[in-house]
Design a protein around this ligand. Sequence first.
Ligand SMILES: Cc1cc2nc3c(=O)[nH]c(=O)nc-3n(C[C@H](O)[C@H](O)[C@H](O)COP(=O)(O)OP(=O)(O)OC[C@H]3O[C@@H](n4cnc5c(N)ncnc54)[C@H](O)[C@@H]3O)c2cc1C
Length: 392
Amino acid sequence: MDFKVIVVGAGPAGLAAAVLLAREGVRAALIAPPGHDDPRTVALMHPAIQLLKYLDVWPGTLAGHAAPLRKLKMIDDTGAVLMAPNLEFDSADLALEAFGWNIPLGALLPVLRAKAVELGVSFIEAAATGAKSEGDAIRVCLSSGDELSAHVCMAADGSNSVLRNAAGISTDKWSYDQVAVATSFAHSMGHDDVSVEYHKSAGPFTTVPLPDGRSSLVWMERPARAEALMGMNDKNLAAEIQIATHGERGLISNIGPRKAFPMMGLTARHFAKNRTVLVGEAAHVAPPIGAQGLNMSLKDAALAVDLILAAPDAGGDAVMTHYNSARRAEVLFRQNVIDLMNKSLLLGLSPLESGRALSLAALHFVGPLKKFVMRHGLSPPRDLPFAMRNSA
Ligand SMILES: Cc1cc2nc3c(=O)[nH]c(=O)nc-3n(C[C@H](O)[C@H](O)[C@H](O)COP(=O)(O)OP(=O)(O)OC[C@H]3O[C@@H](n4cnc5c(N)ncnc54)[C@H](O)[C@@H]3O)c2cc1C
């Protein structure tokens, strides 16, 4: 056997998985074709930050690129007749310094990569083209023509996962009539460490704090409008952002690189099968509402490593069954909440609309429920994998 575990894909989920395996002394390979620059930032909540601490990459140099999220605000900006009251969640209510931190992928990925090299992960610069499980092994085929074997494969190769197909796992896939424009901008008024989700009729418009008087932006719009935003010069886009934020951030300038992401959803019908464990977007994709995507993906990676370490056969049926049932249920729940919130905006139907407004109102006024939702967003510690509960 060449390795105990082969991780396929060097996005944030695959890199974190490879570093965690290496930290636990597991002989692991990472199949990593060359990547592209990604202007996104990711808001990572406490459990994910705890994992980064465990991996010894937080705070370190990363913290200098990141900004804390001390308050989360949701504003009904649909202009509907029945407006939901604004919601504000304060991390101080939970005696936390912050809910999490907003970190540019352009800073996170190189730091994880450097840690993986330092810990001796075998980097293989190729793409995976297929895989086959036989007996107690899985063989992964590479674009170089080589093959590698391991007891188990962690498929972190994104939403079009080759490994998922090779394992015979089908998906439920759907698209939204929306495109998210991701960028960043400077503003003359401070953000006060507050992330604001403006709920507009074409989808959420979310600003998230960055250091040095900047914020990142995820602007979900109908495709034609998103195309227009992508094609605008920086000055015009700054003016559009100023209007959309109602001037609450002052003068907008210095627009960062932008990228458009067509909105889709995907759920794998099995999260683990045939010695292949799906991690991150290979298993689940959801619109970027409530910063769930990578937070869920890092939990996938950490739980998979817990199970792999504990089992006599790292790719055996016990690991496949436990991982599938534990992760799929939680992911489905979160995808459903995101879908409901998104559709209530897009459809603007009155029963849904009033339901949304009322549920937001209930959250606002019923203190214990508000606390429950906040705690759920942060995940109670007893549900968490080892590396998300323990510091290094
Ligand atoms: C606009 C936007 C904003 C977001 N904001 C947040 C946020 O604030 N917080 C949050 O938690 N989540 C957020 N997300 C979600 C988050 O970005 C994703 O969940 C995360 O990037 C998924 O990581 P991944 O490693 O699973 O997939 P990817 O980042 O897609 O990485 C997959 C990797 O696999 C590689 N690969 C592909 N095919 C192969 C192959 N055949 N062989 C080998 N390698 C292969 C690719 O090159 C890539 O490096 C956001 C998403 C969007 C669209």
